[in-house]
Design a protein around this ligand. Structure first.
Ligand code: IMP
Ligand code: MG
Length: 185
């Protein structure tokens, strides 16, 4: 795998984004909602980098797609979410690719009558956007490559890598080999 950003670079990017968020929400109480599962690592780091009172919750969005970036049906589950009515909500997700996920989750949140909804993402893939929506805060703009680590997965693996890496063809072959062996055992 090719490392795109090491641990220190990721933490600097998150700290810079946190400072921007603090400025925008100065003197207001924030409600941060992380999109499961990809946002968990970013969520943990971001909430500790924002030094102001906040409530934290999660919402689940799954699109049932594995390997590629082809679009599947998006399912949003808000059962785990905290009450956001009348609140200033900041939605947090790992990556903004075509934009359909974030746009749909933002629309879903509006059904619960928040005061405002903004969004923050770790990554925004350049040149991939299809949806008529842009995140309010972005830590890094990246080229159109499939990336894993720091919460991002390939078939639910690699989320735990503390760095961000681009998957190359050999990595995918190795992953498939490993998956076959695991299933045989
Ligand atoms: P969008 O709806 O196309 O913006 O896709 C957003 C979702 O696709 C993210 O929350 C990720 O789960 C997934 N995704 C898109 N690109 C990547 C990638 O490069 N690596 C891992 N997951 C990705
Ligand atoms: Mg995701």
């Amino acid at each position: 795998m090719k490392t795109l950003y090491d641990k220190a670079t990721l933490h600097r990017g998150v700290a810079t984004m946190a400072a921007k968020i603090e400025k925008v929400y100065e003197g207001r109480q924030l409600t941060i909602v992380g999109v499961l599962t990809g946002s968990v690592v970013l969520l943990a780091d971001l909430i500790r980098a924002i030094e102001q009172p906040m409530r934290v919750g999660v919402i689940q969005a799954s699109s049932y797609r594995g390997a590629t970036t082809e679009r599947g049906d998006l399912v949003i589950n808000s059962e785990l979410m905290l009450d956001i009515s009348g609140r200033d909500v900041l939605l947090v997700d790992d990556i903004f690719d075509t934009g359909h996920t974030l746009k749909n989750v933002v629309e879903k949140l509006h059904e619960f009558h928040p005061k405002s909804v903004k969004s923050a993402v770790l990554l925004r893939k350049q040149g991939r956007q299809e949806a008529d929506y842009e995140p309010d805060f972005t830590a890094f703009n990246i080229p159109d490559e499939f990336v894993v680590g720091y919460g991002l997965d390939y078939e639910d693996m690699y989320r735990n890598l503390p760095y961000l890496a681009a998957l190359e063809d050999e990595d995918i072959k190795r992953h498939e080999q490993l998956t076959r062996e695991t299933h045989v055992l």
